[in-house]
Design a binder for this molecule. Sequence first.
Ligand SMILES: [Zn+2]
Length: 277
Amino acid sequence: MNIIQKPSSHYTKGRHNPIDTIIVHYISAINTRPEDPYNVKYLLNFLRKPIPNGNKKPIRVSAHYLIGRDGTTYACVDESNTAWHAGLSHMPDGRSYNRSVNDFSIGIELAGGKWEEFEEVQYLSLAELINDIKRRNPKITVKNVLGHCDVAPGRKIDPGKHFDWIYLYQHIRDVKSELTLTESMRALSKALVITSKAKKEISSGMVCPENDITSGEVVDEQKTQETANINTPDVTIPKKEVIEKEEPKVSQQPKKENCVVRNVVRIAKMCRFRRKK
Ligand SMILES: [Zn+2]
């Protein structure tokens, strides 16, 4: 596939664990460039240049890849190095390295936001890229192709409610062989013990809602970067948003459930999709 190289210096050299995970994000310049939020030049700047952060140390983030609205793919960090894309995060089973999944994951940013659908060409480029990455990193299975919200529940919402996981799965190679019916059933049985609140969310289809954003996101990231040299890119950085995020203090527990629920729903939908075929 055709990938445009746009190297970033924002990474930690090497890996401590084998790469077995892909994290999907969204990124936009909606707060600084509302008239042209997906301008690739500005999005690449986020991933390649320090982002001013008031009186504090500038924020430095990155991702391995960026996919523009027209489906063009840009590579910023070599897969052999650790990009700063997920910040404080852990796998659904709790696994992390230095309080983050960055060490064993590849981060892919899609130009987009919580307010609108992604372009079909973006899904096609993303699927092609994922298939390519999976070929080079055979430890990555489709179960470990996750959203940022799945590894930073309560703190991150991307790739957001408009991201169509089912459509993506339809274009990823080996989905059927990697996700057995037993695994799907296990995930479904897990769903039976979740709280009534979460059940209600399944029935209403309201999972991982946008109000998942909580306070202190940017502060958190900064702290994380200083201590562990890891960071996250979907900083649309915006003073406005920082203020917004300081308001609601929502408890963490139900949100974790939301993401578990969403994964279950995702898998359940896939089973349905497979049966139809
Ligand atoms: Zn993200």
